[in-house]
Design a protein around this ligand. Structure first.
Ligand code: SAH
Ligand code: SF4
Ligand code: F3S
Length: 433
């Protein structure tokens, strides 16, 4: 196996990006090398997503393409992640060129599988939670990804994730702290904490709470910045608001998916909060941190969403003024509770609603960003952005910024004056304090 070249292609959320980074580490430790292209690889890993049908369709196109490439060489194809978990028995039938199917709780088995190909080719056991070591962001070696809670037990009625990733389990806080210290020894400066619902961290195991974990990480020498995803409104505590406000290393940004502002739809979605509760969190966050950046996910076109429900969401988007929103059109997922609900909107109606909400949010995003013009921020440098002819970084409110100073290096944290705006990106100048 030594010397074989691998290529990892990743779809889906940050959790998949982090899992792929972990996989890359274990493969390199086993003596494999990363291939510069898919076409030159001996082994392809595709880390997959099933959250919407469109994600699956794109993937199925890729699988057909890999099958083509395989005709000319000895390629091995691994399908891993959420689609692998969900479609376990169908993948080989539809794409015979696929060699191995590895689900979301079997990643640590991969090194064994490639070292000594086992007789089995489907590994989708869900019973045993895995400890996935924190990994370094493949695109920025100064950032560590730490999955603190894996799986999801919330069962929002539209969502496939609890089925593809299994029930939620928190990882031990002492181990998390030790692992972050090891990452710091390797040079990381930013810790990115991940979970489908970080706010319920520790509740399953009786470990410390999420805000206490933030406090402990904030005390680690060498950690300069802390970010986290995703917060569920049903578990967002006042202690957490206080921690975000008072801990100096925590980036002042919260990703708090609203989905819908209609209480009827929220209840059908099984989100376990109403709009009033959601809005009170936003108010409390802004009372404590007036400039905080709040981002969200919006899901339009849920079965039964009538014009009035949609307008409630539309008005809420105007009322709250999110800094950024990821907006989606409902996609029925087989096996979820809402799959059995009859869809009440045509594709065109769903598209129309999505278009309306994207249009208004785009305007709001630009207006909201203007509040930062003339202010100062520390900026964590990501990379040189050739397209925008500048250096790309992230502010202490978690927002994208371009700096026209080419002496800056990835991983550097510098002080910047924010001067203008280009599209949805802030433009600033290093003030070399
Ligand atoms: N754990 C996160 C979200 C994970 S999925 C949370 O609870 O917010 C990311 C987003 O995809 C969701 O917030 C939702 O807006 C969207 N999504 C999930 N299932 C979907 C579906 N069936 N159709 C369309 N969008 C969906
Ligand atoms: Fe899906 Fe809801 Fe879990 Fe988020 S909290 S992953 S939307 S079931
Ligand atoms: Fe997709 Fe799985 Fe993430 S379904 S959004 S990759 S948890």
């Amino acid at each position: 196996m030594q010397g074989l070249k691998f290529y990892i292609e990743t779809y889906g959320c940050q959790m998949n990006i982090s899992d792929s980074a972990y996989l890359k580490d274990i493969l390199i430790n086993k003596g494999l090398r990363e291939s510069d292209s898919l076409e030159n690889a001996d082994i392809i890993f595709v880390n997959t997503c099933s959250v919407r049908r469109s994600a699956e369709e794109r993937l199925e196109g890729r699988l057909a393409y890999y099958s083509q490439i395989k005709k000319n060489n000895n390629l091995k194809i691994f399908v891993i992640g959420c689609y692998a978990q969900k479609e376990k028995d169908n993948i080989k039938k539809r794409f015979p060129a696929v060699d191995f199917v590895v689900g979301t709780r079997n990643i640590t088995k991969i090194s064994k599988i490639i070292n000594a190909p086992l007789n089995e080719y489907i590994f989708t056991d869900m019973e045993t939670p895995e400890y996935i070591e924190p990994s370094i962001d493949p695109f920025n070696k100064y950032r560590g990804f730490v999955s603190i809670i894996r799986g999801c037990s919330n069962f929002c009625s539209y969502c496939i994730v609890p089925y593809t990733r299994g029930p939620e389990y928190s990882l031990n806080s002492k181990k998390i702290i030790d692992d972050i210290k090891k990452l710091v020894d390797k040079g990381i400066k930013e810790v990115f904490l991940l979970g489908q619902n970080v706010n319920s961290y520790g509740l399953d195991t009786g470990d410390i709470k999420f805000y206490q974990l933030l406090e402990k990480i904030n005390n680690i020498d060498g950690v300069k910045r802390i970010r986290f995803l995703t917060s569920h409104p049903k578990d967002f505590s006042n202690e957490l608001i206080e921690a975000i406000a008072s801990l100096d290393k925590v980036v002042k940004q919260v990703h708090l998916p609203l989905q819908s502002a209609s209480d009827k739809v929220l209840s059908m979605m099984n989100r376990k909060y109403n709009y009033k509760h959601y809005f009170s969190i936003v108010e409390n966050l802004r009372k404590r941190l007036p400039m905080i950046s709040i981002t969200t996910d919006i899901l339009v076109g849920f079965p039964g969403e009538d014009e009035k429900d949609f307008l409630e969401t539309y008005d809420a988007v105007k009322e709250i003024e999110f800094d950024k929103a990821f907006m989606f059109m409902y996609s029925p997922r087989e096996g979820t509770a809402s799959y059995n609900l009859e869809e009440t909107l045509s594709i065109d109606e769903k598209k129309e609603r999505l278009k309306k909400i994207i249009e208004i949010q785009n305007k709001i995003t630009v207006e909201k960003l203007k509040r930062f013009i003339g202010t100062f921020s520390s900026v964590f440098i990501e990379n040189i952005n050739k397209k925008n002819n500048g250096v790309f970084g992230i502010t202490d409110y978690g927002l994208n910024i371009i700096l026209k100073d080419f002496n800056l290096q990835q991983g550097q944290i510098t002080n910047v004056k924010i001067e203008s705006l280009s599209g949805h990106t802030l433009i600033g100048k290093d003030i070399k304090l």
